[in-house]
Design a protein. Sequence first.
Length: 232
Amino acid sequence: MSDAVLKQDKDLHKVLDKGFVRLIEFMGGDQRAVESARVSFGSVSKGEALDKKLIEYLLEHGHFSPFEHSVFQFHIKCPIFVARQWMRHRIASYNEISARYTEVHDEFYAPEAFRGQDKINRQGSVRAGALDQARMLAAYDKAIKASYEAYKELLDAGAAREMARMVLPVAQYTQFHWTINARSLLNFLKLRLDSHAQYEIQQFAVAIREIFAEKMPWTWEAFKKLDEKTTA
C-alpha cells in the first residue's frame, strides 16, 4: 500500500515522527467474549448489564480464554529498536518487511530531545535539562546520514542488500503486520503503557489503546477498573 493511500486511511494513527499504527482487520468483540464464556454452560447473552458484569468477573478471576476469540490485525511502522522490544511479545504472529528483498528508504527516527540515564532504573531514562541537546542532536544526525550514505555506497559498489544493510542503525524505520488476540493484547498494553516502558514504545501503546477501547469498550473499562484496583 502506498504512503499516499495510507495517509488517507481513517484507521491510521500517526505515532512519533514517521511511524503509525493501522488496524487492518478485527474479529469478535465484547459480545464474542461473553458468548465464548457462556457456551460452557450452554447459555447465551443475558442483556448488556449482566454481560458487562460477566466480563468484569472473567478478568478479575483470571478466566482469560474467552478473550482469545477476538483478534486484531495491525500494520505497524516503527523504528527497529522499538520493533525488537515489541517482538518479545511472542503470543502473536509477525511478518516484517525484509531488507534482503527491498532497498531501505531514507527513513530514520529523529527524537525531539535526548533523555538522560535514569540513576535508579538502570534500563530507563529521564528528562535531563542539563544535557547539551544541540550537540547531541547534531552528532546523532551526522551518524544517521553517514550510515545511509555508506549503505548506498555499498549498494552502488555491488554489495548484496542483505550485507549493505549491516551498516544501518536501529533507528531505521521498519514495517510489519501483527496479529494478536485480545487476551495477549491486554498484556501488551499493561506492560507497554507502564511508566517504566521506553517512551517510544509507550506512544505506540497509546495508539493501540485507543483502537482497543473503540472495538472492545466493555472489556477495556473492566480492565482499567481492575488495574486501578490492583495498583491502588
